[in-house]
Design a protein around this ligand. Structure first.
Ligand code: AMP
Length: 225
């Protein structure tokens, strides 16, 4: 069976620090562009929960807020993508080595990235945002108890199941994740700027505003597919 949008030509990477809205925007754009969101964080959490071999190898990195080794991630993504031609990557690549491997993987299929959206955000705001983030572990939908609360506290609006706070959203682990972003992921800003694919958005604006900015930048009329 093919998923919707499997052959759509939009190939987008969401690049930004934790809590900057990558997942929220990726889910909003899935419908609009018919390309599916691929969240490496969600995939890894599923593996950890199901205690797969990959999950056992990844667990300590995910829980401490460090990065899972490149080779594990690259294999996981290549298996997930298979023959897909369209995707919205949420949380991958996170290192220059991952980005290079990804470019080579796409080039092997005669493909390249349509765009890389860089979510520019102020770190102090992110720490506050993540402390008030609640997630539906079944769907990945997120809420913010200050700016975007569920109708009933700790209950998902869609499936009425319980919401959870991610363990790695604790203040201590968030600080580590931000530091990891600065040290290991932020070099990708220049990497993709040099490649000519970087689009910068102000991730401190409200959700709808950021969605509009990205939609305008990715308008199928104006980007090659
Ligand atoms: P996220 O949900 O995107 O914040 O990811 C949660 C955690 O999963 C990260 O803190 C990392 O431990 C791990 N992770 C997710 N994506 C990657 C990646 N591309 N490379 C390495 N580790 C990753």
């Amino acid at each position: 069976m093919s998923s919707p949008g499997l052959n759509n030509g939009i190939r987008v990477v969401m690049l930004g620090p934790p809590g900057s809205g990558k997942g929220t925007q990726a889910r909003a754009l899935e419908q609009r562009f018919g390309a599916r969101q691929i969240s490496t964080g969600d995939m890894l959490r599923d593996h950890v929960q199901s205690e797969s071999e990959l999950g056992k190898a990844a667990q300590r990195f995910v829980e401490s807020g460090g990065l899972v080794p490149d080779v594990i991630i690259i294999k996981m993504i290549e298996a997930e993508l298979g023959e897909s031609r369209g995707f919205i990557m949420d949380g991958f690549p996170r290192t220059v080595a991952q980005a290079r491997a990804f470019d080579a993987f796409l080039a092997g299929k005669n493909l390249s990235l349509t765009a890389v959206i860089y979510f520019k955000a102020d770190h102090q705001t992110l720490i506050e945002r993540l402390a008030s983030r609640w997630t539906n572990p079944r769907t990945g939908r997120t809420y913010n108890t200050v700016s975007n609360p569920p109708q009933v506290a700790e209950i998902d609006d869609d499936d009425a199941g319980p919401l959870m706070q991610r363990e790695d959203d604790s203040a201590e682990t968030v600080t580590k994740r931000l530091q990891v972003f600065e040290e290991q992921t932020s070099p990708l800003i220049q990497y993709y700027r040099d490649a000519g694919t970087l689009i910068e958005v102000d991730a401190m604006l409200d959700v709808a505003h950021v969605t509009r900015e990205i939609e305008d930048a990715l308008d199928p009329e104006s980007v090659p597919t």
